[in-house]
Ligand binder design. Structure first.
Ligand SMILES: NC(=O)c1ccc[n+]([C@@H]2O[C@H](COP(=O)([O-])OP(=O)(O)OC[C@H]3O[C@@H](n4cnc5c(N)ncnc54)[C@H](OP(=O)(O)O)[C@@H]3O)[C@@H](O)[C@H]2O)c1
Length: 352
């Protein structure tokens, strides 16, 4: 902790979209001092030159600190790096005892063989997977509070988890739930790619990684842990659509017993009763714009005509689906933070 009593933090990969959102949140938090916003290529550049929403808000410049500087000058370290690079950079910091929140997929799966299958590479530090805590506050708040290494869930995964968790915790899920999720362009990160290029994306919708997206195994792992061990997998189709922020998920699943709509509503309302960021909607549909730029997520549970679960959920992929959720986990971990849902996480977004 700094002499001012603030938590000193570093954000690794701070030039990216996730890093920019972490900066937006941390720079508004009176309990936090951002010591390092790291970049390999932009060290010395003012933060506001890259994240123009922060121009004039901070004098901070990107930097490229050494391992020893990170150890000596920070209480918490956020990783906003691509998977693969993330584990390589963060593992030595975890070894040295730092508390780390990783936005990448590197520490989410418990089984290194599954990591190899879905991420296409050997895990560089499988020894850390067991103690890493999956940073889903709605399922793992107590473990997050005491964790040294938190693996913040993926953006799609968070939206799917929120749609399924109450039913999973009740032991109602089995087999292979079917998921379709529509997603925004910022989910692909700041680097320019053909599939995120405006003329190709702006007036189209395109399915990709059909039935093989890497977020599937972390959702399966979570719903099994939550109380539905008979879930075998998920048939997941991601679809890119021309919006900048947001995910809308439609999840359908067979239920182990017959429920009335009222019982399903009660199940979701009770499960999320004390969750500061989850809104269970019973009288309107979830939509991306009502949660844009916020840490809130919306979910509407329904029964299909044949009595299966049909849940629609939305969130902002960069906030509740990424940096905001990582920041929520940090708030849960830090003794210096009084209220998980305090501003700026608990601030309202914009409409429209
Ligand atoms: N975008 C989302 O909606 C979202 C949501 C949840 C989780 N995530 C995860 O969060 C992480 C960051 O995502 P993002 O969208 O912010 O990505 P991004 O915009 O591509 O930014 C990643 C940053 O990491 C740095 N970097 C890139 N390669 C690196 C390497 N090999 N070693 C060290 N630094 C490297 C780069 O900064 P410099 O070149 O300046 O060093 C880059 O700006 C990813 O693992 C992603 O899967 C993203």
């Amino acid at each position: 902790m700094s002499q001012t009593g603030k938590d000193r933090i570093a954000i690794l990969g701070a030039t990216g979209y996730g890093g920019g959102e972490l900066l937006r949140l941390a720079l508004q938090d009176p309990a936090v001092e951002v010591v390092f916003a790291t970049s390999r290529n932009r060290a010395g550049t003012p933060v506001g030159k890259v994240h123009r929403n922060l121009d004039g808000v901070t004098n901070l410049a990107f930097s490229d600190p050494t391992h020893d500087q990170l150890l000596a000058e920070c209480d918490f370290i956020f990783g906003a790096l691509p998977h693969g690079a993330s584990a390589e950079v963060l593992a030595p910091l975890v070894d040295a005892g730092k508390r780390v929140i990783d936005l990448s997929g590197d520490f989410r799966l418990k089984d290194p063989a599954e990591y190899k299958e879905w991420y296409g590479r050997e895990h560089p530090r499988p020894d850390l997977l067991k103690s890493a805590v999956y940073g889903c506050p709605e399922a793992n708040r107590a473990a997050i509070a005491g964790a040294q290494l938190v693996a913040s869930p993926g953006c799609f995964a968070t939206c799917i988890n929120i749609a399924l968790l109450p039913a999973a915790a009740e032991g109602l899920l089995s087999g292979r739930p079917g998921i379709v999720a529509l997603t925004a362009s910022s989910g692909a990160g700041a680097a320019v790619r053909e599939t995120t290029h405006h003329p190709i994306r702006a007036e189209s919708a395109r399915a990709y990684k059909v039935l093989k997206h890497q977020h599937v195994p972390e959702c399966v792992q979570l719903v099994r842990q939550a109380g539905s061990p008979a879930v075998e997998g998920m048939d997941f189709t991601p679809v890119s659509i021309p919006i900048t922020r947001g995910i809308l998920t439609i999840a359908t699943a067979k239920l182990a017993r017959k429920l009335s709509q009222g019982e399903l509503n009660d199940l979701y309302e009770l499960y999320y009763n004390r969750e500061p960021f989850i809104k269970v909607l019973l009288d309107r549909e979830p939509e991306c714009q009502s949660v844009a730029a916020t840490n809130y997520a919306e979910v509407r549970p329904r029964l299909t005509h044949s009595g299966e679960l049909h849940a629609i959920s939305t969130l902002d992929n960069l906030v509740k689906g990424g940096a905001g959720q990582g920041y929520q986990c940090y708030r849960i971990m830090s003794a210096n933070q009084q209220d998980e849902a305090a501003p700026p996480l608990g601030w309202l977004g914009t409409w429209p």
